[in-house]
Design a protein around this ligand. Structure first.
Ligand code: 6PG
Length: 249
């Protein structure tokens, strides 16, 4: 098996709707295959409209939430009610509005000591996936930072070279804050990894990551290469504007 990489360029108006439809499809596929849909949500602002649409009447009954487990691919080390919290953003936009059983929601404890929070999340992953090896997600959602970071894998940080632990704490100088982040092993073990990028502000970095020189220590999103899974770049027309090859499949 080898990694597949796809690009899907969507008109901005259709972006969230297409993504919501694909999310519903991925969930149904996973539940059909092994009775569970395990998804890790992305933080930042890009996924918020998608979460809102998934919470809306049109979609919220189309995901079998009773068979879904929700995790996070990274978190800021802040309390869950902090405006910077990825959990808070996802809870306000989606999780408070769908019937996800409480014991199937796996929050990264940003309020705890970063090292302890990373350790307890690794333990929580092991218990939820009933495995001592690398958990294999049905879907991991990610964003793309303007400096090429994804999750909280920032350029030049030690987390980029972590191969033993699936979740680590990482101090981010540029943001002056501690983060918890998935590392390359767990990201690249997933069945599907979706990177969402919208807007003109992401056009240059999308072009550098997708078509520029391979320099993943500088552009960490270039490390994304699911070993036996699919990597899908979801770009709206504005974010894809500088791509030469806009192959959409
Ligand atoms: C975070 C995310 C981060 C985000 C990118 C893009 O915690 O902020 O994990 O990787 O996805 O920075 O952020 P926007 O979607 O806000 O542009």
């Amino acid at each position: 098996m080898q990694s597949e990489s796809h690009r899907r360029v969507l008109d901005s108006a259709d972006f969230c709707r297409m993504l919501a439809e694909e999310f519903v499809h991925r969930a149904a596929e996973a539940i059909e295959a092994h009775g569970r849909f395990r998804v890790a949500l992305a933080g930042g602002s890009t996924p918020k409209p998608l979460y809102g649409l998934l919470a809306a009447k049109e979609f919220n009954a189309r995901v079998a939430w009773a068979h879904t487990e929700v995790f996070f691919s990274d978190e800021r080390c802040v309390p869950p009610d902090d405006a910077r919290s990825n959990f808070r953003m996802a809870a306000d936009a989606l999780l408070k509005h769908v019937p996800l059983p409480a014991n199937q929601l796996h929050r990264m404890r940003g309020e705890d000591d970063p090292a302890l929070a990373a350790l307890s999340y690794r333990q929580e992953l092991a218990a939820a996936f009933r495995t001592v090896s690398v958990p294999r997600f049905d879907l991991i959602l990610l964003g793309l930072g303007e400096n090429g970071h994804t999750a909280s894998l920032f350029p030049g940080t030690a987390a980029l070279r972590e191969f033993l632990r699936s979740v680590v704490p990482q101090y981010i100088e540029a943001q002056q804050e501690w983060r918890l982040t998935f590392t390359r092993p767990i990201l690249n073990a997933a069945h599907q990894v979706w990177v969402l990028a919208c807007g003109t502000a992401k056009a240059e970095i999308a072009q550098r990551v997708l078509e520029g020189r391979f320099e993943p220590e500088v552009l960490p999103a270039q490390y994304l290469a699911p070993v036996a899974g699919k990597l899908i770049w979801w770009l709206d027309a504005a974010a894809a504007a500088r791509l030469a090859a806009v192959a959409t499949e």
